[in-house]
Design a protein around this ligand. Structure first.
Ligand code: RNT
Ligand code: ZN
Length: 423
């Protein structure tokens, strides 16, 4: 032990006692935190580009802004970048892939003809690194999505193409889950909607429900693949109507027994995603979270330790929901170093979880049930001053990742040695 780590050790002992005085067991909290897997979204690494090289615009109402140099241009570069990010995040996490990240050896493979073999290198990489995979069919950046409609399209042929895409993606998800021994969440998000107010809100939703039933028809082992559906309020170009709205998918998930994905950028800005967790989990066995940060709209800013992020983590912990929620990140910022963006967002959500795990929840709840709302508020505010950062540093050190400040030096070194050469 060097002198500074001896100092840190003492400070940690003091912090442990501070928490103990509030009835909180720091060791127990850290044990729980180390079991949480966050699914890192591959698409932060290349601005949602994927590797189909069709020259197709991203579309689907998704927009990536910024021109920071060094984005991954090939699957190998993306994996290199992910290796760096994973080394700087404490714990064992997962990778969330999109179908458009298939590796087809230079051959054009239609999205309805994708196979597990096209993700073989991703699966090998995940196995070597002990990382679980999650998956998503890609319903954007494609000529047959250019109208803004996919699974809810009025044309039966186009609808069928996208149904078949969904089907092959579930099989790919199942192959990933089976190969890695951990169920792959395969999440369906489609952009379908319209810029201006439609006369017919009903028919696209009827078509969507029927198309989803086709996508999910084949029975697959839940130990290999878990289906999820993700709704949204609006997108660029679908400001007035989105077929797959929150209500649509909430009902769909309940009646079909699939996971509901709550993306924290997908609601009215004053609506709380955190508040929805205990509501929807009354009726669903599991949910998927896309932790994101909307700034004025679904802007997909990098996740930070905001009140909203903390509220989500608090709900997961207070409700004992950590084993009923699969957690993924979903944002894309091309204005900063993309590897740093992964690390910042993932570390921020882990900090939020740590804060929630270190909350003296039982005590606060006792005050609440006794009707002592003064103590509840007073102590909630005092708890904010507890030495969270000391415990976080200790956690990073014991998990073998750089402490606060230091991780960015590694990203900078990687930027100098690798990313800058990509110009
Ligand atoms: C879009 C959804 C969706 C996408 C990814 C790329 O609004 O949030 O999850 O961000 O599939
Ligand atoms: Zn999302």
């Amino acid at each position: 032990m060097n002198p500074s780590s001896v100092g840190r050790e003492r400070v940690f002992e003091w912090a442990r006692e501070e928490y103990a005085a509030w009835g909180v067991d720091v060791g127990h909290a850290l044990g729980l935190l180390s079991k949480v897997a966050i699914s890192l979204h591959c698409w932060q690494g290349d601005d949602v580009g994927g590797f189909e090289n069709t020259g197709e615009a991203i579309g689907g109402g998704l927009a990536v802004t910024g021109a920071y140099p060094g984005k991954a241009r090939t699957p190998d570069e993306l994996r290199d970048d992910l290796d760096v990010a994973f080394r700087l995040i404490p714990g064992k996490h997962r990778l969330n892939l999109h179908a458009s990240y298939a590796e087809t050896s230079g051959k054009a493979v239609a999205r309805d003809a994708l196979e597990p073999a096209h993700f073989g290198r991703w699966i090998d990489w995940a196995r070597i690194n002990g990382i679980g995979l999650d998956f998503n069919p890609t319903y954007f950046a494609h000529p047959l999505a250019a109208s803004g409609y996919t699974l809810a399209h009025a044309d039966a042929g186009i609808r069928q193409f996208w149904i078949d895409h969904g089907r092959v993606c579930r099989r790919i998800g199942a192959a990933m889950g089976q190969a890695l021994g951990t169920a792959c969440v395969t999440n369906v998000w489609i952009p379908d909607g319209s810029k201006d107010a439609p006369i017919d809100r009903k028919a696209p939703r009827e078509r969507l429900a029927a198309a989803l039933d086709e996508v999910f028809r084949e029975p697959l082992d839940r130990d290999h693949v878990r289906d999820a559906v993700e709704g949204k309020l609006f997108g660029l170009g679908s400001e007035s109507y989105v077929a797959g709205s929150h209500e649509f998918y909430f009902g769909y998930a309940i009646t079909r027994g699939v996971l509901l994905c709550l993306d924290s950028g997908h609601y009215h800005p004053t609506e709380s995603t955190a508040d929805k967790i205990s509501a929807v989990l009354q009726y669903l066995s599991e949910i998927l979270l896309h932790v994101s940060r909307g700034v004025r709209w679904d802007s997909d800013h990098v996740v930070i330790l905001s009140d909203e992020t903390q509220a989500i983590a608090q709900e997961l912990v207070r409700g004992h929901y950590l084993d009923r929620a699969r957690i993924g990140l979903d944002y894309f910022d091309a204005s900063i170093n993309r590897v740093a963006a992964w690390v910042i967002g993932c570390r921020a959500f882990l900090k939020a979880l740590l804060a929630a795990l270190l909350e003296p929840t039982a005590r606060l709840r006792d005050h609440e049930s006794a009707g002592d709302l003064t103590s509840r508020l007073a102590y909630l505010e005092e708890v904010k001053m507890l030495p969270l950062g000391v415990v976080w540093d200790h956690y990073c050190e014991t998990m073998g990742v750089p402490l606060s400040r230091m991780w960015l030096d590694e990203v900078r070194a990687y930027e100098r040695d690798c990313l800058e050469r990509r110009r």
